[in-house]
Ligand binder design. Structure first.
Ligand SMILES: [Cu+2]
Length: 369
């Protein structure tokens, strides 16, 4: 027997071409996925991103758009310490596993389940017409994991391969000397079809369970008896009589937790803002009512001002000479800074000159108590 150079055992390995261009392409795809996860990990640990600190707010920003109510997002937000570490650990594992090709199949399963869960939580914002912008890359990740599993990634350029070769050599040596033969490496076992079945089932089950939890986990938004109490906050944009600058009134206000319906009555002139991002987010159903009709993407032909609270994932756009109504569900108390990002400055650069950024005009605070 001596040195083995080809596939270590007859079963399993022979079914796959482990050195051809297709196999190599598959391994490069695997390594690319590992790099993506490594970049995610860098984002998580970079202190300037406040990833752990903002995790609760990020989870809650999905609450208004999750189908079946905000209960699951609220649960995750309330247990942010557990879930943020869970996500960080999964990210670390996926980065290491895909880069090294170590436990590649398990990594495909973990990554697939992770994407299926995240995809399920985004169904509410993904399948609204004309579609949210936070669809995310998870459908693509899922396709890649399926390709890696079906193609049999991890059979070359990988720790898995090295382990299975090493073990195969030991098996051969032991067999030649009449010693007890060690077990075959689990990474190269013939259970490929079984694994594919488990992989598919795992993805479908985690997708379905997440959807079920979203419906089943009760909302922690105070509901009282009878219809949900709703608080109304009315804001006006008008021109300051002294300096003529447009101004939000009130700029600093307090609202309770729970469901709050905002009305922005904008008396300023219509303005064309061609660079407007204009996608409404963070509101109930990711829409705002403009003069009574729902908009997910506000036409950039008229956006005089905007109302943004990044901490809550809130983006609302206010056309001039119009009334905007939107609903948000507030779970956490605290003071949140809002500001207008529409270029309404009175100076040479309308993005940077006052009233842009001027407290009491185009920025202020919303206190949730
Ligand atoms: Cu403005």
């Amino acid at each position: 027997m001596g040195e083995t150079s080809g596939p270590p055992t007859g079963t399993g390995a022979r079914r796959f071409d482990v050195s051809g261009p297709r196999a190599l392409a598959l391994e490069f795809l695997r390594i690319a996925v590992g790099l993506v996860w490594a970049l995610n990990l860098v984002f998580i640990v970079a202190p300037q991103n406040h990833w752990f600190a903002d995790f609760s707010a990020t989870a809650l920003s999905y609450a208004p758009t999750t189908i079946g109510g905000p209960g699951l997002a609220q649960y995750v937000g309330a247990h942010a310490a557990v879930f943020s570490w869970l996500v960080a650990l999964v990210t670390t594992y996926l980065a290491a596993a895909f880069l090294l090709g170590f436990t590649t199949r398990l990594a495909c399963l973990v990554g697939g389940v992770f994407s299926a869960i995240l995809l399920a939580t985004q169904v509410g914002s993904t399948f609204v017409f004309p579609g949210g912008t936070d669809v995310g890359e998870h459908p693509l990740y899922l396709v890649i994991y399926i390709a890696l599993v079906v193609g049999g990634a991890g059979r070359t350029l990988s720790v898995d391969r090295w382990l299975s070769d090493t073990l195969a050599r030991r098996r051969a040596e032991h067999a030649a000397r009449g010693l007890p033969v060690p077990r075959r490496a689990w990474t190269a076992g013939p259970s490929y079809r079984f694994f594919l079945a488990y992989f598919t089932a795992g993805i479908l089950v985690s997708f379905a369970v997440t959807l079920g939890l979203m419906v089943a986990v009760p909302s922690s938004t105070p509901s009282g008896v009878g219809p949900t109490p709703v608080y109304y906050e009315n804001l006006t944009v008008s021109l300051n009589p002294v300096n003529g600058w447009p101004q939000y009134t009130p700029a600093n206000f307090t609202v309770p937790t729970g469901r709050v319906v905002f009305t922005i009555t904008d008396h300023d002139s219509p303005m064309n803002w061609s660079q407007c991002p204009c996608v409404v987010s963070g509101t109930d159903k990711s829409v705002e009512m403009v003069n009574g009709s729902p908009d997910h993407i506000v036409p950039s032909s008229n956006v005089a001002h905007s109302f943004n609270i990044p901490q809550l994932g809130l983006d609302v756009y206010s056309p001039g000479q119009s009334v905007v109504v939107f609903t948000i569900d507030l779970i956490n108390t605290g003071t949140f800074v809002w500001f207008c990002i529409a270029p309404c400055g009175a100076g040479a650069n309308p993005y940077t000159t006052p009233p842009m950024g001027t407290p009491g005009f185009m920025t202020g605070t919303m206190t949730v108590s």
